[in-house]
Structures are given as structure tokens and as C-alpha cells.
Design a protein around this ligand. Structure first.
Ligand SMILES: Cc1ncc(C[n+]2csc(CCOP(=O)(O)OP(=O)(O)O)c2C)c(N)n1
Ligand code: SF4
Length: 329
């Protein structure tokens, strides 16, 4: 553990091979530090697995297994069942990208939840298959340019919309499911702590900007994650037993352009008639999410502004959790 800060276990330590500004590396470091070193981690194939465990080297300071692409939740189910039989309470955490969660890993994930395994599944959602060269996944948002949803004369990027995975997960009526980002650390911290305090299957979807696949300046990863929330495109939610129990209210809704413009994957939308149509479509998607979750008028003290204040007041980003913020108010 880092003696300067009780949260810093350095579970995912330095020296790995993630790109500069990798949101997935930041998210995994935050989550793993919060879960702590006394856990067993199962990692699906993907960028996180590849950049953290290369050529017989590992950046993980904990027991860590690499499954194949599709079956991380099934492997974790087996690990958890074995621990249960041995009478051990060691937490089990699965980590996967959106390809390994929304697409190829979904069947194993659904089975793990339905069987009630005591496992936390964390999806680091960078909205495409990054490790193999930026192919579209069912998490890729509408109109994004990827290598398999190109932009050009006949196409404005991906035609389909992003899969509403959190609703599919919540439909299992499991104990806890939430969305988070690398931008609001107190929110992420509160959600990891809550997930770790509950038994049974739990799920976190953490938006994790990827400078390579999103084609943005690597210094902007955190501010883009914040803009995804502030525009309404990525609502921060908590769902317990299938019911919506928490949202982060928007202090104000920003236009989607603030989020889209700095990203090369949306560049083709600016400056053409067809692109303008898609921009309006993306704004309508954001507006619909704001309405659906009441993001402008939800009855909660936890807003994009209070979250930022508590982040600024916190030490090195390790700010009080949501419960502590409420107590102070
Ligand atoms: C069955 C199978 N199909 C394809 C692959 C190749 N493959 C390895 S990682 C990967 C992409 C992973 O994408 P994602 O889960 O979104 O994670 P990311 O790399 O974006 O973090 C693919 C297609 C594989 N390993 N196994
Ligand atoms: S390609 Fe993207 S997800 Fe993969 S290491 Fe680079 S920034 Fe991270």
C-alpha cells in the first residue's frame, strides 16, 4: 500500500503498456484501488488484459486470471463457487471491455447474474473493440466512425444506436447495477463501495475514453468523460433489484457538440448536410435520456456541480464518498 494515501494500494501498478491518456487504465486503477488487494480478478481478453500482462510480465499486484474473450463471467462463477465451498469470503471481480460485455460475453454474464453468483462485474466501456483496431461493437454510439462503420459518401458512421445494456442488466432484478465514469471520482468511489458492501451479482459500467479509438487529445480523456455526462449522453445511474434508485442530476445540460467536437470519431459530422442531420439525431438521443431519467429535475443532492466541488475539495482526487457528502449537507 502507498503510505501517502490509504486508498492507494497500487493494485494495478505502473509500467504497463496502455496508451497515454487511456481511460480504461485510469478506470481500472481507480476501481482496483477501491476494491483493494484482497480480491481475485478475472480479466476477459481485451486492451486491459493485453497492456497489463505482456510476455510473462504483470502489472497486477493481486491474484489475476486471464479468461478467453467470451467466458470471463463463467470463469468468475467457478472461482466464486470454489471459494464458497472452501468457506472463504474473498471478493471476486470480473473486468471486461464493452465487446467482452455487451456482445461476446453477454450470455455468460447473464448466466452469472441469474445464478446469483457473488461477483462484481466491471465493464470498462470504451465503445468499440479497441484492442484489435477499433471495430464497432453494440456499445458504439450512433454515427461513430470505426474501421467497420466507416464514414464517407454513403455512410455517416455507425447506423445503429448504442445498446441500452444497463437496462438489460437491471432487468435481471439483481442487487446492484450502476453507471460511472473516470470524471467523477467521488461518484465512482461511492458506487464501488456500495457494490462491495452488497452480496450477490453486481455490475458497474464505467465510461472509459480511448484516445486512440475516439481520436482525441490524450489530455482530454477525463474532461470528455465529464462532457458525456453533462450532455445527457451518458447518464450516471444506480439500479437496485431492477428499480432506478439514484441519478446524478445535471446542473445544466450542455449541447452534445461540446462532447462530440473534440473527438475525431465524430469529425465527419461537422460541415456537411448529412452530418448536420446526424448531429440533430444525437442531440435528440441525449434529450430523450435526460427526460427518461429526469436528469434536470431529479430529487437528489448529488449533481454534476456538487460532485465537482467535492472532487476539488478532496485530496488528490480521493474525495469523500456520496454518503459523506450527504451527511455534511
Ligand atoms: C472468440 C474471439 N474472437 C475474437 C478475438 C479477438 N479479440 C481479442 S480482444 C478483442 C477486442 C476486445 O474489445 P473489448 O472487449 O471492447 O475491449 P477493449 O480492447 O476495447 O478494451 C478481440 C476482437 C478473441 N480473442 N476471441
Ligand atoms: S487503444 Fe484505447 S483502450 Fe487500448 S490501451 Fe490504447 S487508449 Fe487504452
Amino acid at each position: 500500500m502507498d503510505s501517502r494515501d490509504p486508498f492507494r494500494h497500487n493494485v494495478l501498478t505502473s509500467g504497463h503498456r496502455a496508451c497515454s491518456g487511456c481511460g480504461e487504465a485510469m478506470a481500472a486503477r481507480m476501481v482496483a484501488d477501491l476494491v483493494g488487494p484482497d480480491a481475485i480478478y478475472v480479466n476477459a481478453t481485451g486492451c486491459l488484459q493485453v497492456f497489463s500482462s505482456h510476455n510473462q510480465q504483470s502489472a497486477w499486484q493481486v491474484p489475476w486470471l486471464h479468461s478467453v474473450f467470451a467466458n470471463a463471467a463463467a470463469v468468475a462463477s467457478g472461482v466464486e463457487a470454489a471459494l464458497r465451498i472452501k468457506g472463504k469470503k474473498t471478493p471476486v471481480v470480473v473486468q471486461a471491455g464493452d465487446g467482452g460485455t455487451f456482445d461476446i460475453g453477454l450470455q455468460c454474464l447473464s448466466g452469472m447474474i441469474e445464478r446469483g453468483h457473488d461477483v462484481l462485474f466491471v465493464c470498462y466501456d470504451n465503445e468499440a473493440y479497441m484492442n484489435t483496431g477499433v471495430q464497432r461493437s453494440s456499445s458504439t454510439p450512433h454515427a461513430v466512425r470505426t474501421t467497420t462503420s466507416p464514414s464517407g459518401r454513403l455512410s455517416q458512421g455507425k447506423q445503429e444506436i448504442k445498446k441500452d445494456l444497463i437496462s438489460i442488466i437491471a432487468a435481471h432484478q439483481m442487487p446492484y447495477a450502476a453507471t460511472a465514469t473516470i470524471a467523477y471520482f467521488p461518484d465512482l468511489k461511492a458506487k464501488v463501495e456500495k457494490a462491495m458492501s452488497i452480496g450477490g451479482p453486481r455490475f458497474l459500467q464505467v465510461l472509459s475514453p480511448c484516445p486512440l479509438g475516439w481520436a482525441h487529445d490524450s489530455a482530454l480523456s477525463v474532461s470528455l468523460a465529464r462532457a458525456a455526462v453533462e450532455t445527457g449522453l451518458f447518464p450516471l445511474l444506480e439500479l437496485e433489484h431492477g428499480e432506478l434508485t439514484g441519478v446524478m442530476r445535471l446542473a445544466e445540460q450542455k449541447p452534445v457538440e461540446a462532447y462530440l467536437r473534440p473527438q475525431g470519431r465524430f469529425k465527419h459530422l461537422f460541415g456537411s448536410k448529412d452530418g448536420a442531420v446526424e448531429l440533430r439525431h444525437l442531440q435528440a438521443i441525449a434529450d430523450a435520456r435526460v427526460r427518461r431519467y429526469g436528469l434536470l429535475d431529479a430529487d437528489t443532492q448529488w449533481t454534476t456541480e456538487t460532485a465537482m466541488q467535492s472532487q476539488r475539495n478532496g485530496r488528490g482526487g480521493y474525495a469523500p464518498s456520496m454518503a459523506e457528502v450527504k451527511d455534511e449537507a
